[in-house]
Ligand binder design. Structure first.
Ligand code: TRP
Length: 393
């Protein structure tokens, strides 16, 4: 790629953002003079960071649990860093071709959902290799007992042990050290806020502990502890009626599902229960939806998330009066879900957003994050006594 090309592409990208974004009901942005926006530290100087593993196609649980929240955050004046955790994915992905493809496709989906490259810096974890160095340094002061008490680690270890295909000790150093690498991700950009779902909260707390221990041990302030943790995450039930939509449970509705697939998946939701009296007169979806049984719970939740409120209220009324309406409910949910997916699919498939384009965009963003990351690593090296890196000088 010639030296001029990235800039040209960046302009094209901005044009794309301005002219091509027809927003779905929950992708509500205006992009004022976006072509002039150059990312700089925000007025508030607050840094928000979150990461997501490239696990393949993004589903509604990812969208309403995380991406939807990221879109709202980028409207504020904090600096938002979001990255695709491809190093972390190596703890579970074994097919070498998948990791690159899934990372790029995930990135494309993020942008197709409305994550604005001019307002949020979206990067790939491995494009910041100094994260691996920080992880190594942090590993020197991290107690193994602390890591062994991690709930995600215990969970994954347990599953590996129960798997009949497992032979010998299935544990990798990477799996045990997962929270150390995650601490490096967070601390390297000096994040203030790390919005994660409940399942990742303990990892963020571990990052805070590691930072505190490091600063205390070396009598320094080299690591900045995140101030706040948390996100009002919505936990979407699975299409099989289970508590959580998750890729490994094979119960997901995906953002890139076409209308035929959507209809098939929605039809498969089990709705065997006749309407039961609800012990509330509330019309508030947040109050009513959790009271609905299994499959209906997910259908009404999806209706609430993708359809106008009148449609939700109409079906709530039908539930209260009883009768045979489940077929119609499913058809309506499928229609609204497909309408929601349509602009995302269209943007995902835009031929202008090809791999070269994404690669350039990643390169640009890695450049934006690198200075702060190097500053952190050099600070830690100094604090630990090995001094600055000659290689980088
Ligand atoms: N472990 C997170 C997950 O599985 C992904 C992740 C990696 C992350 N590093 C992070 C999230 C740093 C927040 C901050 O979802």
């Amino acid at each position: 790629m010639s030296g001029k090309m990235p800039n040209l592409l960046f302009c094209l990208w901005n044009q794309f953002v301005v002219f091509r974004y027809s927003c779905g009901p929950f992708i509500s942005h205006s992009f004022p003079s976006i072509s002039k926006v150059v990312l700089s530290m925000s007025a508030s100087n607050e840094v928000i960071l979150s990461g997501i593993r490239p696990t393949g196609r993004l589903h509604y649980g990812n969208y309403f649990g995380a991406i939807h929240h990221f879109l709202k955050l980028q409207e504020g004046d904090a600096t938002c860093f979001y990255f695709i955790a491809d190093y972390h994915a190596l703890t579970t992905i074994t097919e070498r071709k998948d990791i690159y493809r899934q990372t790029l496709d995930m990135l494309r989906t993020y942008v197709a959902c409305g994550l604005d490259p001019a307002r949020s810096v979206v990067y790939r974890q491995s494009d910041l290799p100094c994260t691996a160095e920080l992880s190594l340094l942090l590993g020197m002061i991290t107690n193994i007992g602390h890591l062994e008490r991690g709930t995600t680690y215990k969970d994954k270890f347990g599953k590996l042990q129960d798997d009949p295909r497992t032979t010998g000790n299935p544990l990798s150093y990477g799996l045990l050290g997962y929270p150390v690498l995650m601490a490096a991700d967070i601390l390297i950009v000096k994040a203030d806020v790390v919005p994660v779902g409940d399942d990742q909260r303990q990892h963020v707390e571990m990052a805070c502990d590691i930072a505190e221990k490091f600063n205390h041990r070396f009598g320094c302030e080299a690591l900045h502890r995140p101030k706040a943790v948390g996100r009002e995450a919505l936990r979407l039930p699975g299409l099989d009626g289970s508590a959580k939509m998750g890729k490994s449970d094979n119960n997901t509705l995906d953002l890139l599902d076409d209308p035929k697939t959507v209809l098939k998946k929605i039809k498969s939701v089990v709705t065997s229960t006749e309407p039961l009296p609800l012990d509330t007169d509330s019309k508030d979806p947040e109050v009513v939806v959790p009271k609905l049984p299994g499959g209906l719970n997910v259908l009404y939740q999806l209706l609430h998330l993708t359809a106008p409120d009148e449609v939700f209220q109409d079906f709530l009324e039908q539930y209260r009066t009883g009768g045979k309406f489940y077929g119609n409910l499913k058809k309506t949910v499928a229609e609204h879900v497909s309408k929601f997916n349509e602009p995302i699919i269209e943007r995902f498939n835009d031929p202008a957003i090809n791999d070269d384009f994404i690669e350039d965009f990643l390169r640009d963003n890695a450049k934006k994050v690198t200075p702060v990351a190097l500053d952190t690593v050099e600070g830690c090296r100094e604090a630990m006594g090995i001094g600055r890196s000659l290689y980088r000088a």
